[in-house]
Design a protein around this ligand. Structure first.
Ligand SMILES: Nc1ncnc2c1ncn2[C@@H]1O[C@H](COP(=O)(O)OP(=O)(O)O)[C@@H](O)[C@H]1O
Ligand SMILES: N[C@@H](CC(=O)OP(=O)(O)O)C(=O)O
Length: 417
């Protein structure tokens, strides 16, 4: 069985849905399980709904209307008004309205997951309905009956044993199956999610459980490039990369593959293909066991908007185990993700992501015990397989604040010009 994954960009409008349907027809007409994300930027739109709902804002009806109109507008170009899919979509909007009216829970993460899931439920109904409309038989299923997790809402951990059992019992591997990425359920049937951009991971979960022959993630780029084309104007397609290399790139922040996706498929040595839904005839990138990188060239990964913090003791004493472990505990407590560490005898530097906006609290707490220098709004560049000219290219992007060089990887913190 093959696994396909289509992200939001591939189903952002009616033409895109037609394109996805033609790829499925041409490339995956049997034995294929298709994982689909919410359409376009609909997950962000549902986050707006959650914000308005949770904070009881007056604009909630407008935000809900926007989402309904977005989907119905796409549907009007794909279906006749009498098609079954309209009923299915209306049932989903009914369920959403029912939850919004009846929910009494104040737990934000729980509420978030019960609402955000409708993006994927709607998109899969539309893709499945359109395939049926053009005569392509397929099976739609609710992934929440297949992927089971703990109750850590918004970042749930998969119960692998139960999930594997359910998937193997329930998936008809001879058919085209259409299901949702990103969402799952706990043992009390409440919806959970696997973390933002987690649909790639869903594809990895199905691939592992079904021992699939391959996973193809269809993207708006020709494959894995040696840099993000949104940031670098001159990029090269990587035709082949090893699992290890792909895991390294994803770990450092190459957003083309979700970091959690690779571990399950690497364990079973299932090839991962990253291909273009714009040019589906092109081969794209193969991630598999074997050659580390083909062609062997420097690869650039950038994380924007980081904070560089240098910490030293007030009395100039050494930065050693006891104070470093204390600082790390505090970084953990304030959910500050560390992307680079460098220490010398008397100072300790970290480059961190302030995703949850807790840096100022961390700073206040440590300020009277340590001397702390802070540089906000810096960019962290990671270069895999660097050479001198690659480092020079990055150092020309602004003021270079810190450079760290390991065998295969160089990391440079830049204050942009
Ligand atoms: N090394 C890279 N190679 C290709 N694309 C990259 C790379 N690093 C970042 N990207 C970005 O990843 C995007 C595709 O990933 P993403 O938007 O998450 O897709 P989807 O939402 O369809 O899963 C591309 O549009 C590109 O800008
Ligand atoms: N829709 C979810 C899950 C996802 O993976 O989406 P995409 O495949 O479009 O990145 C999100 O936006 O987080």
């Amino acid at each position: 069985m093959k696994i396909f994954k289509f992200g939001g960009a591939s189903v952002k409008d009616a033409e895109s849905v037609k394109n996805v349907a033609s790829i499925i027809k041409n490339e995956g007409a049997i034995d294929t399980l298709v994982v689909v994300s919410a359409m376009g930027k609909m997950t962000n739109a549902f986050e707006d709904v959650i914000d308005s709902y949770y904070h009881k804002k007056e604009d909630l009806p407008n935000k809900l209307n926007y989402i309904e109109e977005f989907h119905k507008d796409i549907m009007s170009s794909l279906f006749d008004k009498t098609d079954e899919v309209y009923k299915e979509v209306d049932v989903l909007f009914g369920e959403l309205g029912w939850f919004l009216a009846r929910n009494t829970s104040q737990r934000f993460n729980y509420v978030y997951d019960q609402i955000i899931c409708f993006g994927e439920l709607l998109s899969t109904r539309i893709v499945s309905g359109y395939l049926a409309k053009i005569g392509q038989e397929n099976v739609w299923f609710d992934v929440r009956n297949y992927i089971k997790t703990d109750s850590n809402y918004r970042d749930a951990k998969v119960d692998w044993d139960l999930t594997e059992e359910l998937i193997n019992k329930k998936v008809d591997t001879s058919k085209i199956n259409i299901t949702q990425g990103f969402i799952a359920a706990n043992d009390t049937e409440n919806t959970t999610t696997l973390g933002r951009e987690g649909s790639d991971y869903t594809a990895g979960i199905f691939a592992y459980c079904l021992s699939a022959e391959s996973v193809t993630i269809w993207k708006d780029v020709p494959g894995v490039l040696n840099a993000d084309p949104r940031v670098f104007s001159d990029t090269t397609l990587l035709e082949q990369i090893s699992y290890e290399e792909a895991i390294e790139m994803a770990f450092y922040g190459a957003s083309v593959i979700h970091p959690k996706t690779l571990q399950p498929i690497e364990r079973k040595e299932i090839p991962l293909l990253v291909r273009s839904f714009v040019n589906p005839k092109e081969k794209g990138t193969t991630v598999s066991k074997g050659t580390m990188l083909e062609p062997y060239i420097p690869c650039y990964i950038v994380k924007k908007n980081q904070i560089l913090v240098s910490i030293s003791a007030l009395d100039f004493s050494f930065m050693v185990e006891n104070n470093i472990s204390f600082i790390f505990q505090k970084l953990h407590d304030y959910q500050l993700k560390v992307n680079l560490i460098q220490n010398s005898a008397i100072s300790f530097s970290v480059c961190i992501d302030n995703k949850f906006n807790k840096f100022d609290e961390f700073h206040n707490e440590l300020n009277n015990q340590f001397k702390i220098d802070v540089q906000k709004n810096v960019d962290l560049y990671t270069i895999r397989h660097f050479d001198d000219s690659a480092i020079e290219l990055i150092e020309n992007k602004g003021e270079s604040l810190l450079t760290q060089v390991n065998k295969e990887t160089s990391q440079i913190v830049i204050k942009p010009n």
